[in-house]
Design a protein around this ligand. Structure first.
Ligand code: NAD
Length: 506
């Protein structure tokens, strides 16, 4: 039920917040309190059409704005965001739950893509060939696509949109962003920042909503391309629907990332990194480690070290105050998701696993109603259990004991997902073999969360990504542009080629 006393988070269309009372809304919670703090508008057809129309109307002007002017606006956006990132970080924490320093970290990763985007003039240069035939020159021009739709998940409300929109906008597209309805405020905060940086109205629009808004983008003739990040079933639906409608589409999906630990690895390093990558952001990261494949005989010793570290973690409200120091881990984003994660712990137990640390019994430093679930450690997780095969997306680390490198690689390669993976070893030969044989898009060698820097590209394999373009890096620029090849002949006034119905030979 909607609490009408709460503020409404409105769409941002054509450089301003919508003023009409939305027909439908959805509550937005502070997960550390467990209470709704606002309602977000859910777009109907008229609002969907208005956002797309604003982006369409802005496209001719923006795509023909000089490169120097576009670059200045992006530099200004970068400066403003850098100055105010902690304001945004606190907003993220209040709706997502992750601790403020982690929210600032996600903004930093987004900023790196903004910085990459400032260099777009170099990447947008075309090729030129003089005298391809006598008096004929050939060259290429890269142009923006038009209106692009970006649909993002709850877990990175600033970073994931920033994987896409800085590049899309830099090269001349206009954008309709549909953020997650669970934590929509970061998107409109970024929209206001763009306006302050001087971006013309209509170039960046935020359309809040659910399936109706998403379907509106997927089915609208004026949307040229879709960038999606979210769970695998929705990613597949987005990919199929947008492709059927003739749109360019990239759709990144879910994950189940494994860390393979060789017997020669430094187990203190492994234990630290397993904690960071398993429980950071309460495991709600698509690059979180959810399974440790321990090649025997290391499992017992590693479990001892991980358990010791879990005992020291503080779980609580992610917003620090004068009397409350920032904890290590915040709450889960919603009650429904918390309960779903808890159900997977039970599934593992029922399937015969040993739940060594059970996060369902956590005492958190926060409100009783908060969506709490503590770090969970499960040993002897059967690889037939749904707690192993499915994405849990929570602070649950499973240990699977394997006998050999080959057995570990086989488990990773036969899984449904292929987003990220890591190997921990001091054996360079083993690491090199791993990077060659593993069927995964992003690989860490003694690095647990191998998110590529902005000038490489982000994306998984198998059911972790649909479409052939990754996010950001050169592939991002490629995704948001298309090329024209121009063949031109300017006659020497002294000569004339005459009539020739065949292909020219020279
Ligand atoms: P989600 O799939 O539920 O939602 C993602 C987006 O799709 C949201 O904007 C949501 O409103 C929309 N949506 C939800 N249901 C829809 C439907 N039936 N039809 C059309 N649109 C719909 O994902 P989430 O819970 O917000 O995010 C967590 C998921 O995202 C996890 O699976 C995680 O692994 C994945 N993720 C992947 C990456 C990656 O890079 N591969 C990065 C971050 C998150």
């Amino acid at each position: 039920m909607t609490d009408t006393a709460l503020p409404t988070i409105q769409h941002w269309i054509n450089g301003a917040f919508s003023t009409a009372t939305p027909a439908r809304t959805s509550p937005v919670f502070n997960p550390a309190l467990g209470t709704a703090t606002s309602n977000v508008a859910l777009a109907d057809d008229a609002e969907i059409n208005a956002a797309i129309a604003a982006a369409k109307a802005a496209f001719p002007g923006w795509s023909n704005t000089s490169i120097a002017k576009r670059q200045n606006i992006i530099f200004k956006f970068r400066e403003l965001l850098n100055e105010r990132k902690f304001e945004l970080a606190r907003i993220i924490t209040s709706e997502h739950g992750k601790v403020v320093s982690d929210a600032a970290g996600e903004i930093q990763r987004g900023l790196e893509v903004v910085e990459l985007a400032t260099g777009f003039p170099h990447i947008m240069k075309g090729d030129f060939t003089e005298n391809a035939s006598t008096g004929v020159d050939v060259f290429s021009i890269k142009q923006a696509l038009g209106v692009v739709g970006i649909i993002s998940p709850f877990n990175f409300p600033a970073m994931v949109p920033m994987w896409f929109f800085p590049i899309a906008i830099a090269v001349g597209n206009t954008v309709v962003l549909k953020p997650s309805e669970k934590d929509p405020s970061a998107a409109v905060w970024l929209a206001e920042l763009w306006k302050e940086a001087g971006l013309p109205d209509g170039v960046f629009n935020v359309l809040h909503g659910d399936k109706q808004a998403v379907d509106g983008l997927l089915n609208h003739d004026d949307v040229a391309a879709i960038s999606f990040v979210g769970s695998t079933p929705i990613a597949q639906y987005i990919y199929e629907t947008a492709s059927k409608n003739g749109k360019r589409v990239q759709a990144l999906g879910g994950a189940k990332n494994h860390m393979l630990v060789l017997p020669d690895a430094d187990l203190d390093l492994v234990a630290d990194q397993a904690i960071n990558a398993g429980y950071g952001s309460a495991g709600e990261r698509c690059m979180a480690i959810s399974v440790v494949l321990a090649i025997e005989p290391v499992a017992d010793k590693l479990i001892e070290k991980v358990t010791e570290r879990i005992a020291k973690l503080r779980i609580g409200d992610g917003t620090p105050t004068d009397t409350h120091k920032e904890p290590d881990m915040g709450p889960i984003v919603s009650e429904v998701h918390r309960d779903k994660i808890a159900s997977y712990i039970q599934i593992a137990k029922d399937d015969g696993a040993d739940v060594l640390v059970d996060g369902r019994t956590i005492q958190a430093e926060g409100a009783d109603g908060g969506f709490w679930l503590g770090p969970t450690l499960i040993d002897n997780l059967p690889t037939t259990s749904r707690a192993y095969t499915e994405e849990i997306f929570g602070p649950v680390l499973g240990i699977v004991r394997v006998k050999s490198f080959e057995e570990g690689v086989e488990l990773i390669n036969t899984g449904q997902f292929g987003n990220g993976t890591a190997i921990f070893t001091n054996d360079g030969g083993a690491a090199r073999r791993f990077q060659n044989e593993i069927q995964v898009g992003m690989i860490g060698i003694n690095v647990p969360i191998p998110v590529p820097v902005a000038y490489y590209s982000f994306g998984g394999w198998k059911d972790s990504a649909f479409g052939d373009s990754k996010a950001y890096g050169l592939q991002g620029f490629h995704f948001y542009t298309r090329e024209k090849a121009v063949t031109s002949r300017w006659l020497d006034p002294a000569k004339h080629g005459g009539i020739n119905l065949g292909f020219p030979e020279n």
